[in-house]
Design a protein around this ligand. Structure first.
Ligand SMILES: C[S@@+](CC[C@H](N)C(=O)[O-])C[C@H]1O[C@@H](n2cnc3c(N)ncnc32)[C@H](O)[C@@H]1O
Length: 261
């Protein structure tokens, strides 16, 4: 059954390579796609982590670590230990990183005592958390005074495209159908303030050339057959683009650092 399903997926995806292990998961792209996403966010992430004083942090919690593609960077930049947490035990087991403590758990109820960490990190996780204020308050509970929370989350409501292709509408449809919040970014600063954190926010990042892989991330979302068809033809159109900036596509990310007084 597994092999058939993989073949069907490869057929559906056309020229996109699909790992045998990766079946569609709306909240967890495959390893390669996760690496690409992390790479796109490298500059903004570096700024936010620096702002949060990562170089002096001794106990860092990465929430929703997925395949662990950012974990080595956190480990390299922090002064002490990194703990990875995800609700998906399989992703933790098969992840890229095996030399950090990995904990299966839910960000709505973190299995640690108050003030256990001096930095709590999220990237592309909070859009999947239906009770944002609750989750941010729970993360703030983990942070010791003087520590910080860093979150890097998208806001598809601010998505720009030229010429209009309907990408923004597809992201909204797919994320809402999957139970995610496409506009989580703009809600994050207020949620951090409500949790008692001194909040710094930056809207990022610089636009980059439209990539077909970014369009194909939509394929893991629960869209209709017609919408999937649209995704494939948009990815093809982007791969045949006439110049670096044509078509133009940009989805802004919110970088938020909440410091605990
Ligand atoms: C898009 S992936 C991001 C993974 C990683 N942060 C990265 O940037 O590569 C989202 C991750 O959040 C995890 N996740 C979603 N909801 C969660 C929850 N309630 N508690 C813990 N992890 C959750 C998923 O299992 C998934 O691994």
């Amino acid at each position: 059954m597994c092999l058939c399903w993989v073949r069907v997926r490869m057929c559906l995806r056309g020229w996109r390579t699909v790992s045998h292990r990766h079946l569609p998961r709306p909240d967890l792209p495959g390893l390669e796609q996760s690496r690409e996403l992390a790479e796109w966010l490298a500059g903004p992430r570096s700024r936010a982590l620096q702002r949060a004083g990562i170089g002096r942090r001794r106990r860092l919690l990465e929430v929703g670590s997925g395949h662990g593609v950012v974990t080595p960077e956190l480990k390299r930049r922090a002064r002490g230990m990194v703990v990875s947490l995800d609700r998906d035990g399989e992703a933790l087991r098969q992840g890229a990183v095996t030399d950090v403590p990995r904990v299966a758990g839910d960000c709505r109820q973190l299995p640690f005592a108050d003030e256990s960490f001096d930095l709590v990190f999220f990237q592309n996780v909070l859009l999947w958390a239906p009770e944002l204020e609750w989750v941010v308050a729970e993360a703030a509970r983990m942070v010791e005074p003087g520590g910080a929370l860093v979150a890097i989350e998208p806001d598809y409501g601010g998505m720009m495209e030229h010429p209009a292709m309907g990408l923004r509408e597809l992201w909204f449809a797919g994320l809402l159908a999957a139970g995610a919040d496409p506009e989580v970014g703009r809600k994050l600063p207020g949620a951090c303030e409500a949790a008692g954190l001194d909040t710094w926010v930056e809207l990022s990042h610089l636009p980059s050339a439209a990539e077909p892989q970014a369009v194909l991330l939509l394929e893991d979302l629960p869209l209709t057959n017609q919408q999937h068809e649209q995704v494939r033809s948009l990815a093809k159109a982007v791969s045949e683009r006439s110049g670096r900036w044509s078509p133009f596509v940009h989805a802004p990310y919110f970088l938020v650092v909440g410091s605990k007084p």
